[in-house]
Design a protein around this ligand. Structure first.
Ligand SMILES: Cc1cc2nc3c(=O)[nH]c(=O)nc-3n(C[C@H](O)[C@H](O)[C@H](O)COP(=O)(O)OP(=O)(O)OC[C@H]3O[C@@H](n4cnc5c(N)ncnc54)[C@H](O)[C@@H]3O)c2cc1C
Length: 260
């Protein structure tokens, strides 16, 4: 990582090289193009901003074209092959990003923006607790792939159904529990399952949660109520808000981090 340029923006116009339904609700899109080299300092697991084209988008004009900006996770990057991978939840046609992925064809274009960072995805700890819904599956997959071989911990992953379970690379000592929720957002199951997780009181912990807003808020409240967990041992992020588009001002991601 080039630390000197941390914070600078990498951007590029890429096109769909391949599209695969990994499961009924997961679409893996592999992007490629001449601009892929602009992402030399991108880190897998970091979030990117995708400019999803709409009917007014013209990628040939100078500057930033019209389009809907949405946040996704850099699932994989292989500069030698010239490939960037993003996994999209297919949650329906009402959101521009989900709809774009469902309808995407090879050679469809997309603009990608990423901020150069030098932040570690996880803090080394004696025990890891990772909690996420379908939108956090990409980032949690990357964290699991990066953990030390002898890591121990518990992962809770909420997906639509057993058909959406993916085989994930993980350390042997980390246990994954899959939870099925076919009405994400409308009902939230993760907080109830989280109450049953036995978080060790001794040693150090790293807790990461990313999911729908209400779910993350409830999990955050549980974590805050445990006095043995210090503030630098947990991170939580709202990845989406039920009934609210990402572009809507009501979808205020800082709302969680600025509480109490
Ligand atoms: C840091 C970060 C990383 C993320 N990484 C990924 C990723 O790798 N893959 C991924 O799929 N998502 C990821 N997300 C979540 C994604 O940004 C949101 O789901 C986003 O709202 C999708 O945009 P959209 O255009 O499809 O829907 P929007 O236009 O934003 O929303 C339209 C409607 O769809 C609903 N909706 C939005 N997302 C979902 C959903 N997942 N399930 C059910 N209903 C939904 C909204 O509540 C709204 O009613 C990430 C979010 C953040 C903040």
């Amino acid at each position: 990582m080039n630390q000197a340029n941390s914070g600078s923006i990498m951007q590029g116009l890429l096109a769909v090289k391949s599209k695969t339904f990994l499961t009924p609700h997961y679409i893996r899109i592999v992007l490629s193009g001449d601009d892929i080299g602009n992402f030399e300092y991108a880190q897998v697991g970091d979030n990117n901003k995708l400019l999803i084209p709409n009917e007014y988008t013209d990628f040939t004009v100078e500057g930033r074209p019209e389009g809907d900006i949405r946040t996704y996770t850099l699932r994989a990057l292989d500069l030698a092959k010239g490939e960037m991978t993003v996994d999209f939840v297919a949650h329906g046609e009402e959101g521009p990003a989900s709809s774009w992925a469902i309808n995407a064809q090879v050679s469809d274009q997309l603009m990608v923006f990423m901020k150069q960072k030098n932040k570690q995805l996880f803090k080394p700890a004696d025990w890891y607790g990772l909690v996420g819904d379908h939108t956090a599956l990409p980032v949690i997959s990357v964290i699991l792939e990066s953990l030390p071989e002898d890591a121990v911990g518990k992962v809770l992953l909420e997906v639509y159904s057993s058909e959406d379970v993916l085989e994930l690379l993980k350390p042997v000592g980390v246990d994954i529990q899959w939870i099925y929720n076919d009405r994400p957002g409308e009902q939230t199951l993760l907080p109830d399952f989280f109450t049953q997780v036995e978080i060790p009181e001794n040693g150090t912990r790293f807790l990461f949660s990313a999911a729908e807003f209400q779910s993350v808020r409830a999990i955050q409240d549980q974590i805050r109520s445990k006095e043995f967990i210090s503030r630098d041992e947990w991170q939580s992020f709202s990845y989406w808000k039920y009934g609210v588009a990402e572009s809507d001002p009501k979808n205020n991601k800082k709302e969680l981090t600025h509480r109490g």
